[in-house]
Ligand binder design. Structure first.
Ligand code: ADP
Ligand code: MG
Length: 151
């Protein structure tokens, strides 16, 4: 299981890391994005979405669990499951199906246990504060990642 640790010194660099990750993703892939509030999760997803051809502004989902953006040849899903209780997922297993699957590449902030779609994730990215504008970014390739789409 490959693991990479990186450090960035500003949001633009974190966006670039997102763009580099995006270049390695394929149809149906899911990326789990972890880290405290303000760690840079949405910033990284923004860079990834840009690289996947999204031109609309990429903002944190607030009134829904996610946004779906039109990219170049793919939908880019951006989920934030912070307010989603595990129980909701158990009772409505289809909750994520509009966001994860063939034709989409998905980034999931605050991934929760219990969703089959997340169990098949391809990468886990963890961001942490490193003082001022520095952020540490750990990228783990999830060997167990079952294909969620056309890969
Ligand atoms: P999260 O989604 O993890 O809550 P955001 O990406 O929304 O975090 O916010 C991160 C904040 O930190 C932004 O205001 C961004 O400009 C700032 N920031 C400062 N340095 C960095 C960095 N190296 N990488 C990412 N964001 C940074
Ligand atoms: Mg966020």
């Amino acid at each position: 299981m490959a693991r990479h640790s990186l450090e960035t010194s500003g949001p633009a660099e974190t966006e670039s890391i997102g763009a580099e990750l995006a270049a390695r993703l394929g149809d149906g892939d899911v990326v789990l994005v972890r880290g405290e509030l303000g760690a840079g999760k949405t910033t990284l997803v923004r860079g990834a979405a840009r690289a996947l051809g999204v031109v609309d502004p990429v903002t944190s989902p607030t009134f829904s669990i996610g946004h779906r953006y039109r990219g170049a040849g793919t939908i880019v899903s951006h989920l934030d499951l912070y307010r989603l209780a595990g129980l909701e997922l158990e009772h409505d297993p289809g909750l994520l199906e509009d966001y994860i699957g063939p034709g989409m590449v998905a980034f999931v902030e605050w991934p929760q246990d219990g969703a089959a779609e997340l169990a098949g994730a391809r990468l886990s990215v963890t961001l942490s504060h490193g003082g001022e504008d520095r952020r540490e970014i750990e990228i783990v390739e999830l060997a167990a990642g079952a294909p969620t789409g056309g890969r």
